[in-house]
Design a protein around this ligand. Structure first.
Ligand SMILES: Cc1cc2nc3c(=O)[nH]c(=O)nc-3n(C[C@H](O)[C@H](O)[C@H](O)COP(=O)(O)OP(=O)(O)OC[C@H]3O[C@@H](n4cnc5c(N)ncnc54)[C@H](O)[C@@H]3O)c2cc1C
Ligand SMILES: *[C@@H]1O[C@H](CO)[C@@H](O)[C@H](O)[C@H]1NC(C)=O
Ligand SMILES: *[C@@H]1O[C@H](CO)[C@@H](O)[C@H](O)[C@H]1NC(C)=O
Length: 332
């Protein structure tokens, strides 16, 4: 059986690894136009926090989210934590909100009066503990595990998934915001995000101001601190904008004034793959010569890292079922 995973962001890499783990006697090729550090996943803050995905419309998101956070907590405790920059991360969400993931993270509670005095005009807030990874270390680490397990890697731009079906029995679509180019789906669209990575090792807590007018967030990672950010729907521009950088710096320093002392380090822009629901399902494509199976895994919006492990396991289970179907079907 020959399987092809298209896309080398956090979704493609983790899907390929899970397929290697649960499917025997298969040959897996990871095919992608771009690799780390050039994917959307490399731009991500690497922080476990659901954003722009709808767990009311798609309740299974809750279990993917929990499975992924439990895995990230295991990673934080493992001997690999240093290599991938995996860390427990606690901090503040302002203003006070009732989040659906409050019983998935650890110790979710209202901020105390004393904590509220740390921030100007806060309107309440919550505190909790989650986890993060350094994506620019984590993605190469996933890739090296895939290769060590015998995975093959090809740098190629795919025009349509159908062109892969003569060669591959099963194709796994992990093309992120570009999924609509390789398959028929007009509901995937970008939500552009720009952020800065700065050197501010004294920042040890995440701080989010979620209010829509003054949206700003601070996410300390193992090697740098992410300052964000923007949220621009249907904007395909992948170039950072220097005026936006000034606004981000300004808003983040208003949120936590010690950041006024930072030295600028680098600008990053990425396109969140937004979709009304995440597409994680099997589609069979009938060609004149054979039936080939496509497993879609895309549309994770602002939550690709937050959901990747749970979604990858689900995708691999669907692949395993497809292998079973293909191998037990009577040959004509
Ligand atoms: C500013 C910003 C901050 C973020 N912060 C967080 C965060 O803290 N936590 C979190 O959970 N999420 C965050 N996200 C969201 C997260 O980055 C995405 O959900 C995630 O990266 C999506 O992963 P992906 O693998 O689907 O897509 P991508 O990383 O975009 O990977 C897609 C892959 O498919 C390949 N590809 C596409 N089309 C083709 C083709 N035709 N042929 C061959 N290859 C193709 C690409 O080259 C690429 O390798 C953030 C996003 C942005 C923009
Ligand atoms: C968060 O944003 C709101 C709305 O712009 C603002 O009133 C509030 O002061 C901000 N909070 C902090 C702590 O910066
Ligand atoms: C920064 O704050 C301004 C004013 O409150 C707001 O309009 C803007 O959306 C915020 N964020 C960015 C990145 O500009």
């Amino acid at each position: 059986m020959k399987i092809c995973v298209v896309g080398a962001g956090v979704i493609g890499l983790s899907s390929a690894l899970h397929i290697q783990e649960i499917c025997q006697n298969v040959e897996i090729t990871l095919m992608s136009e771009k690799f780390s550090p050039e994917t959307t996943s490399d731009v991500s803050g690497g922080f476990w926090t659901p954003f722009t995905v709808d767990a009311v419309k798609q309740p299974i998101i809750r279990s993917w989210a929990k499975e992924t956070l439990d895995y990230m907590f295991r990673l934080c405790r493992s001997i690999d934590a240093g290599e991938v920059g995996a860390q427990l991360l606690s901090g503040y969400y302002l203003p006070k909100t009732d989040q659906w993931f409050k019983d998935i993270v650890l110790g979710y509670r209202d901020m105390t009066e004393e904590e509220l005095q740390l921030f100007p005009n806060p309107g309440g807030g919550v505190f909790f503990t989650s986890a993060s990874v350094d994506v620019k270390s984590y993605l190469p680490w996933l890739m090296s595990r895939f290769k060590a397990n015998g995975g093959r890697v090809l740098k190629i731009k795919v025009n349509t998934l159908a062109e892969l079906s003569p060669e591959y029995d099963i194709v796994v679509n992990c093309c992120g915001v570009w999924a609509g180019d390789v398959t028929v789906d007009s509901s995937v669209r970008p939500i552009r995000g720009q952020l800065l990575r700065v050197h501010a090792p004294w920042i040890k807590h995440f701080i989010f101001n979620l209010s829509s007018e003054n949206y700003a967030y601070i996410i300390p990672g193992a090697y740098d601190v992410v300052l964000g950010g923007t949220f621009e729907e249907d904007d395909w521009n992948e170039k950072p904008d220097s005026r936006v950088r000034e606004r981000i710096l300004n808003n983040c320093s208003n949120l936590f004034p010690s950041l006024k002392a930072i030295k600028f380090s680098s600008d990053w822009t990425g396109l969140r793959p937004a979709r009304p629901t995440i597409r994680l399902e099997l589609e069979s494509i009938q060609t004149p010569t054979k039936t080939s199976m496509v497993v879609h895994n895309y549309g994770h919006g602002g939550s690709g890292v937050t959901l990747h492990w749970g979604c990858a396991r689900e995708a691999a289970k669907i692949v395993a079922q497809a292998i079973h179907t293909l191998s037990t079907r009577p040959k004509l």
